[in-house]
Design a binder for this molecule. Structure first.
Ligand SMILES: *[C@@H]1O[C@H](CO)[C@@H](O)[C@H](O)[C@H]1NC(C)=O
Ligand SMILES: *[C@@H]1O[C@H](CO)[C@@H](O)[C@H](O)[C@H]1NC(C)=O
Ligand SMILES: *[C@@H]1O[C@H](CO)[C@@H](O)[C@H](O)[C@H]1NC(C)=O
Length: 358
C-alpha cells in the first residue's frame, strides 16, 4: 500500500509539473528549457555582437548574404515572441533579432537581448527618412548622437515660453529642449488673431533613465544619447566605401551613394512624411536620419552600459521635395541593401585588435 501511495503521489507531481511546463510559456514566463538553451548559447557562442534590425526587409538581405554564416552549433531560439538567430560575420560571433517597428518594440527587444545573452556591443541598421537636404537617397549615415523626439509636454492654450510647464518645478518636465508652436505653421499667417492655433505648443522632453551604474528608482535624464566613441571612430574606416549607384544598366542615381558619419539622428513614434516638420527638426535639432527605433535601442544600451551604434541608409527626403522624390520607390531597394552591406563590413571591425588600435 505504502509503495503504491508513493507511486501515485509521484504520478500526481509529474502531472502537475507537466501542467506547469505547458502553461508557463503562454504566461510569458521563460521556461527552464529555454533558460538551458540560453545558457548553452552563451557558453558556446558568447560574447556576441548583438544585431538588432527593425523589419524583415532589412534582415532578409543578411540571411541571404554569404558574409553571414549561420551557426552549426546553436539552433534558432524563440523567446517571448522574438526569434534569436546565431552565426558569424567576418569571424565575429553574432546573435541577430528583429524588433518590428516603433520605439516600444525596439526598446523591449533590445532589453530582452541584453538580459538573455552576453553581448559585447550592439549594431543596429535599417533605412530611414532623410531630413538633410545635402544628402541623397541611398547614402548611409552613422550618427554620433540619437534623441527620442516623441516624448512631449503639450502646453495649454494661452501659455507661452515664459510660462512654467505642469510639473516642471517637480523636475518631471523641462523647457530646456525647445518647442514647436502650431500657430507658426498656419497657412497665410499674416493676421496674428487668425493665425493663433488652439493646439498651441508641444515641448520636447528627455527620457527618464535608470542606468545600472545608478541607484534603482533614482531617475536620471537623457536627451542626446551618444553612440560608443570607439565604434564611431571605427565607422570612419568605412567612409569612402564604394556603393552601387545603379538599379540596372539604365537607371542610376545622380551620384554613387556614400557612407558618412553625421552629428545627429532622431527617432519618434511617427512616420514623418511632412516637409514642414522635417525642416523644423533639421533646423532645431540637426537631425539627418529620421526613423522609429534607434533612440530606443540607444536608450536601453546606454542604461545597461553596452556599446551601441546605428547604420541607417536614407530613403528620400521625409515629406518629399527632392528631384528624386517621384522615383523613391525605385531606389529603396538600393537603400536597404546599402545599410546591410555597410553593417556586414562594420561587424568584422569589432575584432579585439581593431578596437584596441582605435
Ligand atoms: C505659441 O503661439 C501662441 C499664439 O498662437 C502664443 O500665444 C504662445 O505664446 C506661443 N507659445 C510659445 C511657446 O511660443
Ligand atoms: C531599370 O529599372 C527601371 C526601374 O525599376 C525600369 O523602369 C527599367 O525598365 C529597367 N531597365 C532595364 C533595362 O531593365
Ligand atoms: C506638410 O508640409 C508641407 C510642406 O510644407 C505642407 O504643404 C503640407 O500641407 C503639410 N501637411 C501635410 C498634412 O502634409
Amino acid at each position: 500500500m505504502a509503495a503504491a501511495g508513493v507511486a501515485i503521489s509521484r504520478l500526481a507531481v509529474a502531472v502537475l509539473l507537466m501542467a506547469a511546463a505547458a502553461t508557463t510559456p503562454a504566461a510569458g514566463f521563460i521556461s527552464t528549457k529555454t533558460w538551458r538553451a540560453v545558457r548553452r548559447a552563451n557558453r558556446v557562442g558568447g560574447p556576441f555582437v548583438g544585431l538588432v534590425v527593425p523589419n524583415a526587409y532589412e534582415m532578409d538581405p543578411v540571411l541571404k548574404s554569404p558574409s553571414f554564416k549561420p551557426s552549426a552549433d546553436i539552433p534558432i531560439l524563440d523567446v517571448q515572441g522574438r526569434r534569436f538567430r546565431f552565426g558569424t560575420i567576418g569571424g565575429q560571433s553574432v546573435v541577430m533579432v528583429m524588433t518590428g517597428l516603433s520605439m516600444l518594440n525596439a526598446g523591449l527587444t533590445t532589453q530582452l537581448l541584453l538580459s538573455l545573452f552576453k553581448v559585447k556591443g550592439i549594431v543596429h541598421w535599417g533605412i530611414a527618412g532623410n531630413a538633410n537636404e545635402d544628402l541623397q537617397i541611398g547614402d548611409v549615415t552613422i550618427p554620433e548622437y540619437w534623441a527620442h523626439l516623441s516624448l512631449w509636454n503639450w502646453q495649454r492654450y494661452g501659455d507661452g515660453a515664459e510660462n512654467e510647464l505642469p510639473l516642471e518645478a517637480a523636475g518631471d518636465y523641462t523647457r530646456e529642449f525647445g518647442f514647436l508652436n502650431f500657430s507658426d505653421y498656419t497657412v497665410g499667417k499674416g493676421n496674428p488673431e487668425l493665425s493663433a492655433n488652439t493646439l498651441n505648443s508641444i515641448w520636447y522632453q528627455p527620457e527618464e533613465i535608470f542606468p545600472i551604474s545608478g541607484t534603482p528608482e533614482e531617475r536620471q535624464h537623457a536627451f542626446w544619447v551618444p553612440v560608443n566613441k570607439r565604434y564611431y571612430k571605427l565607422a570612419g574606416k568605412l567612409e569612402g566605401l564604394e556603393l552601387p549607384a545603379c538599379v540596372n544598366a539604365t537607371t542610376c542615381l545622380p551620384r554613387a551613394p556614400m557612407v558618412t558619419r553625421v552629428p545627429r539622428g532622431c527617432s519618434a513614434n511617427v512616420y514623418t512624411d511632412n516637409a514642414s516638420y522635417r525642416q523644423f527638426i533639421r533646423a532645431h535639432f540637426g537631425c539627418t536620419p529620421v526613423e522609429m527605433e534607434s533612440a530606443a535601442v540607444a536608450l536601453v544600451a546606454h542604461q545597461l552600459g553596452v556599446p551601441f551604434i546605428t547604420i541607417r541608409s536614407l530613403s528620400d527626403l521625409a515629406g518629399g521635395g527632392s528631384s528624386l522624390s517621384n522615383e523613391a520607390a525605385t531606389f529603396l531597394a538600393i537603400a536597404a541593401k546599402n545599410a546591410v552591406d555597410v553593417m556586414l563590413k562594420f561587424v568584422p571591425l569589432l575584432a579585439a585588435g581593431e578596437l584596441a588600435d582605435i
